[in-house]
Design a protein around this ligand. Structure first.
Ligand code: NDP
Ligand code: MG
Length: 384
């Protein structure tokens, strides 16, 4: 089998893993298979051009530096898609953050299936995206490992048969740090993730458990469940990625070593499965799989996710925008680790949420939330 592919955010961690998967699928399906029509990036020109040559890409897009020599170049992912996408193509959405929303919507409007890594898209604009997916009749395939696991475990069983969806969390780089030391964790400590190698933003989110909070909201949209059928548990080995408990009490889990190439390939070849290029489980090395409840006092991000789910409307856009801003400040060493989640909570509690969820409303709330977050961050700097 083979499909025409776009990779948005090709120079990032998920983007680079997607390039590996494409090379692997080409080695199975032969010359000319899995054509990559277009790739896009934010600023890494060198890697983008190298990938374009390696994959024999038709067109590229780069947002921050357009002065590149390439036969067919665009200034953003939306323009690239409008010029080259055809119904039935598959678009790997691997841009980080809210910047991924507009390209995903464009891809849907072009009739493309989406392999969605960018969880922020559904958190901020879930209602808009799900409506667009339904109208266009395209497939939205999760790449986030937990959601890919749930998708696989569900196997298209009806929603009424789901009793509970459980997402696992590694616990991030700070899992073994004492609660009283958490608030002063350094950028270096936080970026040192024990089981996953990922981009900086998602690694910080993992440590604060904001990543799991975002994923709980993402799961609501993907699987049409609310907070009463949704939970997250700590599972340090990152072997079980997600589980579905059905109404009869049976639990079906998906397991594999932590490697994003598997969920990426699953989305690309769906509904088929072909020989995989990621490591396989060796049970001799996995004699223990541990699960523990998440301490909601230590990790207030989880309660915030449930608040966002109950609030609905544009609450997700506010939550996501505030989080992106605090993470950026933390990575710039201008905000302590422990200040991030309380600031997000403050912004979520201050901004009024609109029920009328259009793309314009989402963009407006995103802007409002970023402004308020930056204001709070600067006032903390003045006071500290
Ligand atoms: P990275 O930071 O490694 O990569 C982000 C990518 O987005 C880069 O290619 C970057 O380009 C690109 N980018 C940023 N802004 C734009 C823009 N405006 N237009 C086009 N490209 C842009 O992130 P990850 O790969 O780790 O994560 C990507 C997404 O996938 C995130 O939403 C994350 O939550 C999700 N995810 C990641 C997982 C992982 O294992 N990494 C696991 C599950 C989900 P450049 O570098 O050139 O600026
Ligand atoms: Mg995940």
């Amino acid at each position: 089998m083979s499909r025409r592919v776009f990779i948005l955010g090709s120079t990032g961690s998920i983007g680079c893993s997607t390039v590996e998967v494409i090379e692997h699928l080409r080695s199975i399906d032969g010359d000319g298979s899995w054509p990559v029509v277009g790739i896009s990036a934010g600023s890494n020109c060198e890697l983008l051009l190298q990938q374009a040559a390696q994959l024999d890409v038709e067109a590229i897009a780069i947002t921050n530096k357009a002065a590149l020599k390439f036969k067919n170049i665009f200034s953003n992912s939306e323009e690239l898609l409008k010029a080259h996408a055809e119904p039935g193509d598959i678009v790997v959405a691997a841009i980080v953050g809210f910047a991924g929303v507009a390209p995903v919507l464009t891809a849907i409007e072009c009739g493309c299936d989406i392999a969605l890594a960018n969880k922020e898209t559904l958190v901020a604009a879930g209602e808009v995206i799900m409506k667009a997916v339904q109208e266009a009749g395209v497939r939205l395939l999760p790449v986030d490992s937990e959601h890919s696991a749930i998708y696989q475990a569900l196997s298209e069983r009806p929603n009424a048969e789901i009793a509970k969806i459980t997402l696992t969390a590694s616990g991030g780089s700070l899992r073994n740090i004492k609660t009283e030391d958490l608030s002063n964790a350094t950028v270096e400590q936080v970026l040192n993730h024990p089981t996953w190698s990922m981009g900086a933003k998602v690694t910080v989110d993992s440590a604060s458990l904001m990543n799991k909070a975002l994923e709980l909201i993402e799961a609501c949209w993907l699987f049409d469940v609310k907070d009463d059928r949704l939970e997250a548990v700590i599972h340090p080995q990152s072997i079980v990625h997600g589980m579905v408990q059905f109404v009869d009490g049976s639990v079906i889990a998906q397991m594999s070593p932590p490697d994003m190439k598997l969920p990426i390939q699953f989305a690309l070849t769906y509904p088929k499965r072909v020989d995989g290029c990621s490591p396989k489980i060796d049970w001799a090395n996995h004699s223990t799989l541990q699960f523990e409840a998440i301490d909601k006092i230590r990790h207030p991000a989880i309660q915030l996710a449930y608040d966002v789910i109950r609030l609905g409307g544009t609450a997700g856009a506010v939550f996501n925008a505030a989080n992106e801003e605090v993470v950026e400040s933390f990575l710039e060493h201008s905000l302590p680790f422990g200040a991030m989640v309380p600031i997000v909570a403050e912004v979520l509690g201050t901004i009024t949420h609109s029920e009328n969820v259009t793309l314009e409303a989402v963009v407006a709330k995103d802007t409002e939330a970023r402004e308020l977050t930056r204001k709070i961050i600067s006032s903390q700097k003045v006071n500290s």
